[in-house]
Design a binder for this molecule. Structure first.
Ligand code: SAM
Ligand code: SF4
Length: 474
């Protein structure tokens, strides 16, 4: 990856004044202007901040529907009807920070604390693998290396190693992404050497003053160190970074435009932007009352608009939705442009084995409690292909290479057959009889709709799986 310019230590690329001016100027945008922007979005070259602000001014149900339709159209053009599935794996809820919205904050006495041993991590992984998961997102509080045994980066690196080394039956985790506090370049290099997939970090809010009010203690108080984390990760050679704002802390319009400034900065400096954008919405958290009363509540309609706008603004970037949202909201949001979802999640360490702590000790309250099998069946019945594919990362198609591949046509050649094959592997090894039936029906329909060359490639891959081969991809 080419790195342009000097190292960045302050978030100088976030220009608050410019954001307010852009929002003000677009406030009274006409319906004609909105439609112009929607038409431009269909060229799939992204949108400027000013164009995003025009869409934020949408205030009629008709235009809102047109925005959703455009999001869906772009998602279908680029990604097709795949939904990539993953599970979070919380290894520790010890944390030295005081984020007022999070159950893991240091001074919260209402949750039980746990940091999993490597054996306990392996046990959690086995449970996830036996459910059929292939992608895991490792999550932890920010703990200090000097305190306790299960703390610091060494502990996290060991955990990544344990996850990759754990097998059960025919399966294993094939990609470990991480959501961790920011590191130095030297530590990011160690994280890269551990073979992680995406490094994910949410800014929570880009609004400095709000950020200061939400983060009352610990290393996370340093706004600049957090905002420049992706710069350091990419300098260290981590190609795939994931970003997001915690919706509900600050006006979402401001945060979305600031996030666009962050994205454009990364694109300018590294030739490629973030691999994924997540859309976490604030959920109630034990012992952290602010989470139940979001200072800047985001309604379901605003949530859908946000997802669709991100799809229009950065068409080739993955959008991740977690089980913070309930099943109904999730179903609707699939159509707005989401490309990755978590399923069957627990947010307390040891939550899958249910032996160390209970759901009340989790980071926040879940909106979707369904198991993986049920979510997979639901997606299939809605016409989406649940994908467990990890091919790109394992073939080195990351960063810019991935974005080059993510051009219409190319993505269909590779990702379509890979998604079907990984889904079929899931059906053969893990699915309930009802899900198998729904899945086989879906696959038959998708094969019938494929171009002959791609259908042939897909059928060959499915046959290999029938012949007991596993982990088949192109
Ligand atoms: N501790 C690290 C950090 O804060 O960057 C990494 C893991 S933290 C457990 C992952 C994310 O959970 C945070 O970045 C935040 O956006 C989100 N989160 C915290 N409290 C939440 C809540 N009450 N509802 C929804 N998401 C929350
Ligand atoms: Fe700790 Fe992260 Fe929760 Fe903040 S959001 S209290 S840093 S786990």
């Amino acid at each position: 990856m080419t790195v342009m310019g000097r190292a960045v230590e302050t978030a100088e690329f976030i220009a608050e004044g410019g954001i307010h001016a852009t929002l003000d100027a677009a406030k009274r945008s006409s319906a004609a202007r909105v439609r112009e922007v929607l038409a431009k979005a269909r060229e799939m070259k992204g949108l400027s901040l000013e164009e995003m602000a025009v869409l934020m001014a949408i205030d009629t149900p008709e235009l809102e529907q047109e925005l959703y339709k455009t999001g869906k159209w772009i998602k279908d053009e680029i990604y097709g009807d795949r939904l990539v599935l993953f599970a979070p794996l919380y290894v520790s809820n010890y944390c030295g920070n005081e984020c007022v919205y999070c159950a893991f904050r240091a001074r919260n006495k209402e949750i039980r604390r746990a940091a999993l041993t490597q054996e306990q991590i392996a046990r959690e992984v086995k449970i996830l693998v036996e459910q059929g998961h292939k992608r895991v997102l490792l999550v932890a509080g920010e703990s200090y290396p000097t305190v306790g045994e299960h703390r610091g980066l060494d502990y996290i690196l060991k955990a990544v190693e344990t996850i990759y080394a754990t097998r059960s039956g025919k399966g294993e985790v094939r990609r470990v992404n991480v959501n961790l506090a920011p590191l130095t370049v030297a530590d990011f290099k160690r994280l890269k050497a551990a073979n992680i997939g995406t490094y994910q970090i949410f800014q929570e809010t880009y609004h400095r003053e709000t950020y200061a009010r939400m983060h009352l203690g610990g290393l996370k108080r340093n706004y600049d160190f957090r905002t420049t984390a992706c710069d350091r990760a990419m300098e260290a050679g981590i190609d795939d970074v994931g970003i997001g704002v915690l919706l509900g802390l600050c006006d979402w319009r401001f945060d979305l435009l600031a996030m666009m400034q962050h994205i454009r900065h990364l694109e300018e400096r590294f030739g490629v932007g973030p691999h994924t954008v997540s859309v976490p919405r604030l959920e109630p958290a034990t012992g952290s009352p602010l989470a139940s009363h979001p200072p800047a509540q985001v309604s379901d309609h605003d949530f859908w608009k946000i997802v669709a706008m991100i799809r229009l603004a950065v068409p080739y970037t993955g959008i991740i939705m977690s089980t913070r949202e309930n099943a109904e909201v999730r179903r609707k949001t699939f159509a707005m442009g989401v490309s990755q979802i978590s399923a069957g999640s627990r947010t307390n360490p040891g939550g899958y084995a249910a032996e160390l702590s209970g759901e009340e000790d989790g980071q926040f309250q879940l909106g979707d409690h369904r198991g993986l099998d049920e979510v997979v069946r639901d997606c299939a019945e809605l016409g989406y292909i649940p994908s467990f594919c990890t091919a790109c990362y394992r073939l080195g198609r990351t960063g810019r290479d991935f974005m080059d591949l993510a051009k219409p046509g190319l993505i269909k050649d590779h990702c379509g057959p890979n998604a079907l094959a990984s889904f079929y592997e899931y059906l053969l090894d893990y699915a309930s009889p009802e899900t198998k039936a729904a899945g086989r029906k879906l696959i038959a329909g998708k094969l019938a709709a494929m171009e002959p060359k791609i259908r042939e490639r897909s059928e060959t891959m499915l046959q290999m799986l029938d012949d007991q081969k596993r982990d088949v991809f192109v």
